[in-house]
Design a protein around this ligand. Structure first.
Ligand SMILES: *Cc1c(COP(=O)(O)O)cnc(C)c1O
Length: 301
């Protein structure tokens, strides 16, 4: 297991890798505050707030939905991290980012505007680095994974891993487990990953990646984003009770449930080494709406 849930910055997660590049560039360009958008329980927004705190920058978050009576999970941490929170109701996809950035510029600020999920070519560059890191660790350990399995949502993680594999000349099967049924804007997740992988390779001056290799297991996404069902509960309980490792209800539980599907139906051979990339998300466990500790997970006696 690759433990990006231990990546540092306020409960960890995969967005730290993207933020290293996104905010590094923003600092070099003289920015002095950051704005981004996401769902109320966005891990990306919570990690952005933490990174901004490290830089000493104000952080504005445009979050979907209404202000809850009692903030929980990631939203609670956003408050603790000092983010300026704007609850946007139905405008949940960052529609108002340009207007907010204009308002800040009119006040003399220089905002860094980060895309939804931190997923543009520069953010994905963090996962090129991550893939090179994994290749090096596997080489040192004498471990040859047949497949790397991970949650795929806004596509930056997946795209960076593809571009990084091409850069390293290292080709374990990259198997994304789709988390969202519908994506904002045009195109499928696979198309978005292809475009982003190519843009990332071109930004870094790397050889282009072979787009035919985008492999996605989409069946688990059918239930809808953030709908935590029996398969996710099974995955969370299994990892917690056999390894003492916590998955999050929205992303990594679904990704691990997808991995179990593939093992059970033979699409992944049990004999092959598999790396599960744990992308984080811990705070969502402490959001009642997402994880109310359902009867099937409750341990009594
Ligand atoms: C954002 C996120 C992902 C998905 O990463 P993308 O680059 O958006 O595809 C997976 N797991 C967790 C916990 C996340 O927060």
């Amino acid at each position: 297991m690759k433990r990006d849930d231990q990546s540092g910055l306020a409960a960890g997660g995969n967005k730290v890798r993207k933020l290293e590049y996104l905010l590094g560039a923003a600092a070099a360009q003289g920015c002095d505050c950051v704005v981004t958008a996401g769902a109320a329980q966005s891990n990306h927004c919570r990690q952005t707030a933490a990174a901004a705190a490290r830089l000493g920058w104000p952080c504005h978050l445009l979050l979907g939905g209404e202000a809850p009576g009692r903030p929980e999970g990631n939203l609670l941490l956003d408050h603790l991290l000092g983010a300026k929170i704007h609850h946007m109701g139905p405008r949940r996809q960052g529609e108002d980012l340009p207007a907010l950035a204009d308002r800040l510029r009119a006040q003399g600020r220089r905002p860094a505007v980060l895309p939804y999920g931190g997923s543009n070519a520069l953010g994905a560059a963090g996962f090129v680095h991550a893939m090179l890191e994994l290749a090096g660790q596997c080489r040192t350990a004498g471990f040859a994974p047949g497949a790397v399995v991970f949650a795929s949502s806004s596509g930056g993680t997946h795209a960076g891993l593809i571009a990084g594999g091409a850069a390293a000349g290292w080709h374990p099967r990259l198997l994304g487990i789709a988390i969202d049924k519908d994506l904002a804007g045009e195109g499928s997740l696979a198309e978005r990953v292809i475009h982003l992988a190519e843009a990332t390779a071109s930004l870094l001056g790397l050889p282009g990646s072979r787009s035919a290799e985008v492999e996605l297991h989409t069946a688990r996404a059918a239930a809808g984003y953030g709908v935590v069902g029996a398969a996710e509960h099974e995955a969370m309980a299994l990892l917690a009770r056999t390894e003492g490792i916590l998955l999050d209800p929205v992303y990594t539980a679904r990704a691990f449930a997808g991995l179990l599907d593939l093992l059970r139906d033979g699409r992944l051979q049990r004999a092959r080494n598999v790396v599960f990339w744990h992308t984080g998300g811990l705070p969502a466990l402490f959001c009642q709406e997402l994880f109310p500790l359902p009867p099937e997970v409750r341990a009594e006696d």
